[in-house]
Design a protein around this ligand. Structure first.
Ligand code: KG4
Ligand code: ZN
Length: 360
């Protein structure tokens, strides 16, 4: 099944083509025929954050050229597409409507099914687009700009929330700290680059909820502590402050993820979402998980942040299991949408699977 995936939930327009028939049991990566992305970061940078109306208008400009691009790169035509997946939520309503409207209209015109995909399900399944995908069950650490959650994943659509942030998301904490340090938007990558040049032991910052005994997070206190520290120590110490912040945030993420994995008896941990690109988080998690018999799986770096490939892949799993394939022009986007409320997918895909499905 050849699936066109369209992502437009925030400030990136992503389009991809995934062919489940071309994916083999040993390489789901080979099913990804093409993917293309336009990032709006430069456009929003002047405003210090995403301007929703500008985001929507830019998605309108980009989505069709990107679709033509992936078709051309993969040597396919519109007539070859079997289904269309689009991000239905969560995200910015106007931005979501652009991808949903385009996807539904195109599917109707081509007389093929369309499916709305949960953005976080896309992130969470993105490590499966790999030559060495994790089998089920696994624990997933979802760390994006808008969400920080630990999930137990027993299969596609079988998600149990273990814990989540009570206030700011991890990516939001990186972005706000970066802003305090004058690093622009989004600040995660710039902050981690600056932190690499700093001394993490010079300043001590709190590790909120590290010993709370549950799998919840809180990052707003850490952000306030950074503000106080910046006022006291000054921006001349920005690299050391960045390093102290990054170490504190990573400490909490690593400890909670490992505790959740051990609690569930999971030997596999998946990390997804933009903060999953953070080098310190990857290095610490991989090392500390290995010493506890846990293997960590990451998406390819380019698929940590928003992209169309993860939507095409998740959509292919759902379309393969969808019984009602009649095209439908009616649609609604879901700016707020809980991941744990999704329907389970019985038969994961049209591709062969070699993944064990043991209960935790
Ligand atoms: O998953 P994503 O692209 O968007 C959402 O769905 O929210 O994640 C974007 C977030 C931003 O907050 C960005 O600062 C953060 O991921 N991020 C990073 C890094 N790369 C992106 N945070 C820390 N270190 C990085 N290397
Ligand atoms: Zn995202």
């Amino acid at each position: 099944m050849l699936v066109l995936g369209v992502e437009s939930s925030c400030d990136e327009t992503g389009v991809a083509l995934y062919d489940s028939a071309a994916a083999t049991s040993s390489s789901r990566r080979s099913g990804l025929l093409a993917h293309a992305l336009h990032s709006q970061i430069a456009m929003h940078n002047d405003y210090g954050g995403v301007v929703p109306e500008l985001a929507s208008r830019d998605h309108i400009r980009r989505v069709l050229p990107l679709t033509r691009q992936v078709l051309a790169e993969s040597g396919r035509t519109l007539a070859d597409i079997d289904g269309i997946a689009y991000t239905q939520g969560p995200g910015l309503a106007g931005a979501l409507l652009v991808g949903a409207g385009m996807a539904r209209a195109l599917a109707y015109a081509l007389d093929i099914p369309a499916v709305g995909v949960h953005h976080l399900e896309g992130h969470m399944l993105s490590p499966l687009i790999s030559d060495t995908p994790p089998g089920f069950p696994f624990v997933a650490l979802l760390v994006s700009g808008g969400h920080t959650q630990l999930m137990l994943v027993s299969g596609i659509g079988r998600y149990t929330l273990l814990g989540e942030t009570l206030d700011d998301a991890a990516g939001e904490a990186f972005d706000k700290t970066a802003q305090l340090l004058g690093l622009g938007y989004p600040g995660g990558p710039a902050l981690s680059k600056l932190a690499a040049t700093g001394d993490a032991s010079r300043f001590s910052l709190p590790r909120p909820m590290l010993n709370s005994g549950d799998f919840d997070f809180s990052f707003s206190g850490l952000k306030t502590a950074v503000l106080t520290l910046v006022r006291k120590a000054g921006l001349g110490n920005a690299a050391d402050i960045a390093a102290a912040f990054q170490t504190a945030a990573v400490d909490v993420l690593v400890n909670k993820s490992l505790a959740a994995s051990l609690h569930c008896g999971a030997t596999r941990l998946v990390v997804a979402g933009g903060v999953g690109a953070n080098a310190l988080l990857r290095e610490r998690l991989t090392r500390e998980a290995a010493s506890r018999g846990i293997e960590v799986f990451y998406p390819r770096l380019e698929f940590c942040t928003d992209n169309g490939a993860m939507i095409a892949y998740a959509g292919a799993q759902r379309l393969a299991a969808q019984s009602n394939t009649a095209p439908d022009l009616g649609f609604a986007v879901k700016p707020r949408w809980e991941l744990a409320t999704l329907d389970a997918v019985q038969a994961p895909s049209g591709e062969k699977s070699d993944t064990p499905r043991a209960a935790p």
